[in-house]
Each structure stands twice: as structure tokens, then as C-alpha cells.
Design a binder for this molecule. Structure first.
Ligand SMILES: Cc1cc2nc3c(=O)[nH]c(=O)nc-3n(C[C@H](O)[C@H](O)[C@H](O)COP(=O)(O)OP(=O)(O)OC[C@H]3O[C@@H](n4cnc5c(N)ncnc54)[C@H](O)[C@@H]3O)c2cc1C
Length: 470
């Protein structure tokens, strides 16, 4: 009897599925099993794929079983961390998906200021555990994002200008490679693999846990929002592009252009209007932070502001609501080598045409500790570009796909002259050349050789794929 038709060539026997089930600590889900649909659902509502089998991994040994099973049965293999990647690579049609979400523990060593983090953790798990000790790991800005995918691509957020990218704070990782071996990757053990994991995504194996260096930040940060007028966009963005680059690494100031959400400190007449949201975090004495943020507060006539000491975990989840699960999402992105006058002109031209109330133009400032790490130290490249431009189209109705995607693509094309490379974690499904664009030529060569060494058959290909060199 053939229990599941996994691919066109090779139906899967029921006894093979039974044997797999018996070897697991976690659950094996089939399409008819309860929990299957919840498990295959990811953040981006555009992705609706149905794996033939899902392993809800409880331990590293489940990951090992899954890797062997996929290889031996010639199955497409997908790995789901937090399921947030906009390209939807966490889930495949047919094939086998490893859902790491049951692996959610974080162990903090407060004396060494390190955290051992299971690969199914979300950023909220990591923040909650480290904050008990006044610590934090440099990571992203939406608390329901997965630690694993974010880290393997680089990982930046509010404290990365001061403390480095997530990968710059990675001490070691436990990895299951394509041969089913469990390896440690660190500066001392398998350093080539460690280099590739820091920016090369899930191409070299399934990471089952990460060990991070934590930063001491306390439990509250001086932070806030200043809502600038879109009518002043040209002047404000010119000022912003210069001013933030003069600031010390303790302060991070980012811009989001979008329709104003109904924030309580804004007059109702502003709700729904296009505005420039200037968001900042200062790590240090709030009085000093006040001085640094003052020129932004005094610029033009802001619609409003909310500034003060915020608990770190509350600040980290403050943007969750605007990025909730299930909407349709399409991203186009670049690293910007300049936020020059002509570039700002293009940003304003397309921001004026924001196709819907949930769309955003996100421009984080990146320089600082990450730029002081040599470009060849990790696979993540383009450490010296000052800004990122992320064009985030977000909507609900599938009938509107082409309008939203069209806006993002056109905006992207028009800002290409100001770009140098792209952050691999912000890529949609854009083909091999765009994956290459995320790396320097040298890094790409090294990555393809590493792929040849650790995954010569390209078992791990549901990702921003790097093909083996041979
Ligand atoms: C709302 C939102 C906010 C974001 N904010 C930020 C931000 O502030 N900073 C930032 O740097 N990025 C940010 N990102 C981008 C984010 O880094 C990527 O989407 C990242 O891929 C998410 O990781 P994940 O584990 O949730 O994703 P998944 O979709 O589960 O995985 C992404 C990729 O990594 C692979 N993968 C996942 N887990 C493993 C593993 N354990 N071993 C091997 N491969 C694995 C998957 O197969 C897939 O190819 C954001 C994304 C979203 C949707």
C-alpha cells in the first residue's frame, strides 16, 4: 500500500512512515492529522503549501531522523524555524517539513553572559529569558520572528549598531549536516562551517541550537516614536540621512514611511495619513539620549511623539501588531550605498503611491559595530553600506496581488542605481542571481565550495539556495 505519494518517481510505503514514527520523540503529522494545517501555516499568507509529512521535532535526534529520511527517500526537505521568511521557504509542497517549533528552550548563563537557544525559539522567547538577567541578544524588531532564520541570514535590530549583528554574537551552533552527523560549528570546531552559517542561511545543515553572547542593556531603554510630516519628507529625509550618520552607536534611529496607525498620541485627523515614523532606541543615560534626539524632535512640526523609558520586552513587541500573521506580503529590498538627494526623490515618489494602508517603506540605519567586522569574516557581506531600503507591500485580497507586487517591483527598479547588494533575509523568491547579489564575489565562491563539502547533493535547497560548486 502506498500511504502517500511524495513525488512523481517514488511513492512512499506505509511501513517506512511507521518506522519513522517509531524512531521519533516528536510527532509525525500527515495531512489528515490534527495540527497538520496549523504547522504548515507560515507568516506570509501568500504561501499555501502542503508537505506530505511533517515532523514536529522535539530534539536534535528528530532532526537527524528527518535528514536521513529525506535523503534516503529522495524527498524535498523544508525546515521551519519561526516561519517568517517572506519567500516561504519554511514549507514545501509534497516532501518532508521539519517543524522546529516544539524546540523552544533558552538557557542563560548569567555569569558568562551567554544564552543557549533552541532552534524553534522566537525572538520573544529569547528576550524574555535574557531579560531576567538584564541581558539581551542582538536580534530583530518583531517579537514573533524566528531566531533561527534571522540569525542564519545575519540578524539586525535596535542594538546591533552598538553590539553587532546576531551572527557577530554567535559563539557556536549545533548543526545536523546532510550526512546526518551532528556537528559543532565555532571558531575552533569546523570553522569553515561556522563562517558559512553566519550569513549563508540554511544551506549547510539544520541548526538545532545556537549559543550567543549577550549584551547587558538593563530592562528598560530610552526609546520612542516621533511622527514627522510627509509634506516635509524631502527636507526631513535629507537631514536624517546626514544626522543619523553623525550619531554614536548607542543610538539607533530608523525611518518607516506608512499610513499612520491610530496611535493614541496622534490627533485623529492624522490617522490614516501618510507619515514618516521616526523610531529610536538609546542605550545609556536618558539625559544624554534626550540631547541626541532633540534635533529630530525639533525638526519641522512633527504630528506628535511618544518618548520615554520603555521595558525592553514591551518595546520589542511594539511593532508586532502591524506585522501580524496571515496577510499577503511581498518584499523587495536593497542595501543602500547612499541615501542621496536623487534616492530620496525616488523614495518620496513611490511612498506617495503607497498602494494600501498596511504597506511600509522601511529605512534602517546600519553602520556601527557590524561595519567594524572585516567583510570576509563571515558570509554576510556588505557591512559598510549605511542604510537598507525594504519595500514592504502588504495586503489582504489575492485579487490585488499584481497591483501591490507591481508597486514594489517598480519602486525597487527605480532605486537600483543607489544600491549595493541585498540582505538575504529580505529576499522574496527572486531567483539565483538575486541570491548571488547578497554576497560578494569572493564570498559566493567560498559558499559554493562549502556547499560542495557539506551538502553535495543540495539536500537543503528550500532556502535562498547556493548550489554546490561541482
Ligand atoms: C515581520 C518581520 C519582521 C522582521 N524583522 C527583522 C529584523 O528586525 N531584523 C532582521 O534581521 N530580519 C528581520 N526579518 C527577516 C527575518 O530575518 C527573516 O524572515 C528570517 O528568515 C526569519 O526567520 P524564521 O526562522 O522566522 O523563518 P523561517 O521561514 O522559518 O526560515 C527562514 C529560512 O531559514 C531556514 N531555516 C529556519 N530554521 C532553520 C534552522 N534551524 N536550520 C537551518 N535552516 C533553517 C528555512 O528553511 C528558511 O529557508 C523580519 C521578518 C518579518 C516577517
Amino acid at each position: 500500500m502506498h500511504a502517500n505519494r511524495i513525488n512523481d518517481r517514488k511513492p512512499l510505503e506505509a511501513h517506512a512512515i511507521k518506522e519513522l514514527q517509531a524512531a521519533l520523540h516528536g510527532e509525525l503529522l500527515l495531512p489528515e492529522t490534527e495540527g497538520y494545517h496549523e504547522s504548515r501555516t507560515i507568516w506570509n499568507g501568500m504561501i499555501d503549501r502542503k508537505p506530505a509529512l511533517i515532523i514536529k521535532c522535539r530534539e536534535t535526534s528528530d532532526v537527524v531522523q528527518g535528514v536521513h529520511f529525506a535523503r534516503n527517500h529522495d524527498l524535498l526537505l523544508a525546515v521551519k524555524g519561526g516561519g517568517h521568511n517572506v519567500a516561504g521557504n519554511a514549507v514545501c509542497d509534497n516532501g518532508l517539513m521539519l517543524d522546529l517549533s516544539p524546540m523552544r528552550s533558552v538557557t542563560v548563563d548569567s555569569a558568562r553572559k551567554t544564552a543557549r537557544v533552541d532552534a524553534g525559539c522566537l525572538l520573544s522567547d529569547l528576550d524574555q529569558a535574557t531579560q531576567e538577567h538584564g541581558l539581551a541578544v542582538s536580534g530583530g524588531i518583531v517579537s514573533h520572528t524566528g531566531v533561527a532564520g534571522l540569525t542564519l541570514g545575519g540578524g539586525f535590530g535596535w542594538i546591533s549598531r552598538k553590539h553587532g549583528l546576531s551572527i557577530d554574537n554567535l559563539i557556536s551552533a549545533e548543526v545536523v549536516t546532510a550526512d546526518g552527523q551532528v556537528r559543532t560549528a565555532s571558531e575552533r570546531e569546523n570553522p569553515d562551517l561556522f563562517w558559512g552559517l553566519r550569513g549563508g542561511g540554511g544551506n549547510f545543515g539544520v541548526v538545532s541550537s545556537f549559543e550567543f553572547q549577550c549584551a547587558t542593556i538593563g530592562t528598560e531603554v530610552f526609546s520612542g516614536l516621533i511622527i514627522q510630516r510627509f509634506e516635509d519628507a524631502d527636507n526631513y529625509l535629507q537631514f536624517h540621512a546626514e544626522y543619523v550618520r553623525t550619531l554614536p552607536d548607542d543610538i539607533t534611529v530608523w525611518v518607516v514611511i506608512r499610513h499612520a496607525p491610530p496611535l493614541p498620541f496622534l490627533d485623529e485627523s492624522v490617522h490614516g495619513r501618510i507619515v514618516i515614523v521616526v523610531a529610536f532606541v538609546y542605550l545609556g543615560d536618558p539625559e544624554k539620549g534626550q540631547k541626541l534626539i532633540q534635533p529630530i524632535r525639533q525638526f519641522g512640526k512633527p504630528h506628535g511623539e511618544a518618548i520615554g523609558m520603555n521595558p525592553w520586552c514591551a518595546w520589542q513587541s511594539g511593532f508586532d501588531g502591524l506585522n501580524s500573521h496571515g496577510a499577503r506580503n511581498y518584499w523587495k529590498s536593497h542595501h543602500l550605498r547612499e541615501l542621496s538627494s536623487p534616492c530620496i526623490g525616488k523614495v518620496i515618489e513611490f511612498a506617495e503611491k503607497l498602494p494600501g494602508p498596511q504597506c511600509e517603506v522601511f529605512i534602517p540605519h546600519m553602520e556601527g559595530a557590524p561595519s567594524r567586522v572585516p567583510e570576509n569574516a563571515t558570509a554576510y557581506a556588505f557591512r559598510s553600506t549605511p542604510f537598507v531600503l525594504n519595500i514592504h507591500a502588504r495586503w489582504e485580497d489575492a485579487g490585488e496581488d499584481s497591483r501591490y507586487i507591481g508597486w514594489a517591483k517598480e519602486f525597487f527598479q527605480e532605486t537600483r542605481p543607489f544600491a549595493r547588494g541585498v540582505y538575504v533575509n529580505f529576499l522574496s523568491d527572486e531567483g539565483e542571481q538575486r541570491v548571488k547579489d547578497a554576497y560578494t564575489e569572493k564570498a559566493w565562491q567560498r559558499l559554493t565550495q562549502l556547499k560542495q563539502k557539506y551538502d553535495p547533493t543540495n539536500l537543503f535547497r528550500m532556502n535562498q539556495n547556493i548550489k554546490p560548486s561541482a
